[in-house]
Design a protein around this ligand. Structure first.
Ligand SMILES: Cc1cc2nc3c(=O)[nH]c(=O)nc-3n(C[C@H](O)[C@H](O)[C@H](O)COP(=O)(O)OP(=O)(O)OC[C@H]3O[C@@H](n4cnc5c(N)ncnc54)[C@H](O)[C@@H]3O)c2cc1C
Length: 454
């Protein structure tokens, strides 16, 4: 099978199914592909951050040929660095690797998408029509970017030279180009109705743009406006207070409960709905530069499946990450309905609980470890400054370091730029980084000792 790529290059199809005729648009039969029935102990739907990480752990434990990752993309991105690419502080190749090169040894990559989930039959069907039968399924399909939910956004991103988004590798480089061209006028930054991945990213780029325009000496001519569908700047009060203070000091205007619904890139007008008004009153805002965070939602194949909750996300227990109706199905990352910040940091913390619970499930013992909702948001607040927000399900701070993380720090910026990317490529994707829980415990123990001595 040409589509079958593998760490071990082993094809484990148990039996073949009839040929599927591929027919051209004119109705002429062009080629046939053999439909396969694959059988694996563990099937991983989605080979992004969470999918590769859990596959690595399972393959290490259960050995060769037991784990298949179903993933259509040839390229894997370390998305947290997109913010620095948009801000002109990193370039796209630094965030990029070939998917093939990241597949853990002893895992098989099926380069295809999942079209249909059949959890009652322990089976899924791929876009090419192959069936994958599994004993355990891990859902790791991420969250979809829905540009079409904002009227005119797709055209504006394609055809204008002042509408950008850091959320896609296709457009992220434009952010810095457009920022450099901007010398005066209205600069808008938007945040849609949640959930979204990395809820800090919509404002991080505002701080970087502010810093850029200050360096260029044009900041006095630029009116910066932040439009958010939320009622607050950030969900965790401790960090929101610090961020609001920064916004006040730097003259960054916040507009709450305003949801972007339309962009007219010819007239350069953004239209927002006022979510606080009874009839969702519409307001037009002229712009000269706009960074848009697109609305997001579940992937189509997940939304339409029996695995979804009423909102379309994978319906798992928020502590064990086990599916609430199908006990041999688990979830990790942005695709589930757990109410944590959707981040790589959360993926790492979930990996710890997920792996232990999967092992318990295989062994037939009770599931124990609990994911506490840990997520982190490294809020870049300038060219070399960062507030490291870490928090749990209750939006309570869960800081790793023994200092006040709501203060802007150069050290934390260096960590984001130089330490976290290798940690991702070399440790998380190999299944060995399980979040900073142990580091936090270590710092707390040292702090207690120091306090005792003092
Ligand atoms: C601009 C930006 C800034 C960010 N900043 C940070 C940050 O500073 N810190 C942080 O921790 N996180 C950050 N994040 C968030 C982080 O990147 C995501 O939360 C994380 O990658 C989620 O991992 P995942 O495995 O759930 O999804 P992904 O890594 O997105 O992977 C999902 C995979 O599923 C595949 N897939 C989709 N549908 C199907 C299907 N039907 N069949 C098979 N495969 C499918 C996709 O191709 C994809 O490869 C940021 C994200 C962005 C975009």
């Amino acid at each position: 099978m040409a589509k079958m790529m593998a760490g071990n290059r082993l094809k484990l199809a148990s039996n073949s199914r009839p040929l599927l005729d591929l027919v051209s648009k004119r109705g002429i039969k062009t080629t046939s592909i053999q439909l396969e029935n694959y059988r694996y102990r563990f099937a991983i739907a989605g080979g992004g951050s969470g999918g590769i990480a859990i596959a690595a752990k399972l393959a290490k434990k259960y050995g060769k040929g037991k784990v298949v990752i179903i993933e259509p993309s040839s390229t894997h991105y370390y998305q947290p660095l997109f913010t620095l690419v948009g801000g002109g502080l990193a370039d796209l190749p630094e965030c990029t690797n070939a998917t093939d090169s990241l597949i853990p040894p002893d895992c098989t990559l099926l380069k295809d998408e999942v079209k249909e989930f059949q959890p009652k039959q322990n089976c899924l069907v791929t876009g090419d029509g192959h069936q994958v039968h599994y004993e355990y399924l891990v859902m790791a399909t991420g969250i979809a970017l829905n540009y079409d939910k904002v009227e005119g956004l797709t055209e504006a991103l394609e055809y204008s030279d002042n509408v950008c988004t850091n959320y896609s590798p296709e457009y992220v480089r434009n952010t810095y180009y457009y920022m450099k061209n901007m010398t005066k006028g209205n600069a808008l930054f938007t945040f849609p109705t949640p959930p979204i991945k990395c809820a800090g990213a919509p404002q991080k780029i505002m701080y970087l743009a502010d810093a850029h325009w200050r360096n260029e000496g044009v900041r006095d001519n630029v009116n910066i406006q932040y439009y958010t569908a939320l009622g607050v700047l950030f969900g965790v009060k401790k960090f929101a207070d610090a961020l609001n203070q920064i916004c006040d000091e730097r003259n960054l205007t916040r507009n709450y409960q305003r949801n972007l619904v339309k962009i007219d890139h010819v007239k350069k007008i953004a239209t927002f709905e006022d979510l606080s008004s009874e009839n969702r009153k519409r307001e037009d805002s002229p712009y000269d530069f706009i960074h848009v965070t697109p609305p997001m939602g579940p992937q189509e194949a997940v939304k339409d499946s029996e695995l979804a909750d009423s909102n379309g996300y994978v319906d798992v227990d928020k502590h064990t990450l086990q599916h609430v109706r199908y006990p041999n199905v688990f979830g990790i990352g942005d695709c589930t309905n757990t109410p944590n910040g959707k981040t790589v940091a959360a993926v790492a913390a979930q990996l710890r609980a997920l792996y232990k619970n999967l092992k318990a499930s295989v062994a037939g013992t009770p599931l124990k470890p609990k994911y506490d909702g840990y997520a982190a948001c490294p809020l870049v607040t300038g060219n070399s400054k960062l507030i490291l927000a870490e928090f749990d399900y209750d939006n309570q701070p869960l800081e790793t370091f023994p200092f006040d993380q709501s203060e802007e720090r150069y050290s934390m910026y260096l960590m984001k730029k130089y330490f976290l990317p290798p940690l991702y490529w070399k440790s998380l994707l190999k299944g060995t980084w399980l979040g900073p829980k142990e580091v936090r415990k270590g710092f707390q123990a040292v702090k207690r000792q120091v306090e005792k001595v003092a």
